[in-house]
Design a binder for this molecule. Structure first.
Ligand code: ACO
Length: 231
């Protein structure tokens, strides 16, 4: 497996991977019925493309599996730079989005992040935001997500970020982030995200029961991550 930084020139390959994997099987996307496996979702694609432009994202490619000379993308972590005001702006733009599933998901995430405000708590001017973690279903269980998160922490450190955050939506991603030294700042049980009539808005399938807002404060030398890895 090779790991490479994602540039804007990889956008099509990365989106193709996400259409076949993350778009249909991430727990909230699945609960919202966002899209069928392999199909596109304009709103989520522009969210992903925006993160790629920040040039902090990493992909895993299977160099042995080439399609017309292009390596197969089998995993990605899309990281973006988050500044104060970005989340409020994204929330205000949601009203004009015509994808009901996308609105349900991002209404939950954005409102939660505005309520549990990491900028205020940690007094930082920007954060390294781990937005999308995805591994091809036929390559799971081989440590690819672990490696992508490890490399993201290294990218954040190299670029001088003091704080990383991730909204982890399922128990496996939550475990992965915690194993890299992320800590839980807040949680949102899916059973408590309800409409005015008390109906659950996103009926997320077990074993996933809550979203965790996780953070990792960066301090210490470069060997800190290795110590955390060996825990
Ligand atoms: N069942 C049991 N354990 C699991 C599973 C599973 N289905 N998936 C991962 N794990 C555990 C592994 O046992 C491993 O634990 P260990 O470090 O103690 O050995 C750990 O999680 C990491 O496993 P990896 O092999 O590195 O994970 P993988 O490459 O399979 O990718 C991922 C995990 C990204 C969650 C993948 O299943 C996926 O793409 N799911 C769909 C999309 C999704 O839910 N993404 C995360 C949403 S949150 C966000 O994007 C910020």
């Amino acid at each position: 497996m090779e790991y490479k930084m994602i540039g804007p020139e990889h956008c099509d390959q990365v989106l193709e991977h996400l259409r076949r994997n993350f778009f249909a099987d991430e727990p909230l996307n699945k609960a919202a019925g966002l899209c069928q496996n392999g199909s596109s979702c304009a709103a989520l694609e522009s969210h992903c493309a925006e993160a790629i432009l920040d040039r902090m994202s990493v992909m895993a490619v299977d160099a042995k599996e080439q399609e017309q000379g292009v390596c197969k993308v089998v995993g990605v972590v899309l990281n973006g730079i988050l500044k104060p005001g970005d989340t409020a702006k994204a929330l205000s733009k949601l009203d004009t989005n015509d994808d009901a599933g996308f609105r349900k998901i991002f209404d939950l995430l954005h409102r939660h992040n505005l309520k549990y405000n990491l900028f205020e708590h940690f007094d930082v001017a920007c954060m390294f935001d781990v937005r999308i973690l995805s591994v091809d279903s036929s390559y799971r269980g081989q440590g690819i997500a672990n490696e992508l998160v490890k490399r993201s922490v290294a990218v954040a450190r190299k670029n001088g970020f003091r704080l990383l955050k991730a909204d982890a939506t399922g128990i496996f991603s939550q475990k992965i982030f915690r194993s890299h030294g992320f800590e839980v700042f807040s949680e949102q049980p899916y059973s408590k995200y309800t409409d005015v009539d008390g109906r659950v808005i996103l009926p997320v399938e077990a074993p996933h029961i809550k979203m965790q807002q996780l953070y990792k404060a960066i301090c210490g030398g470069a060997d800190q991550d290795e110590k955390e890895q060996s825990r």
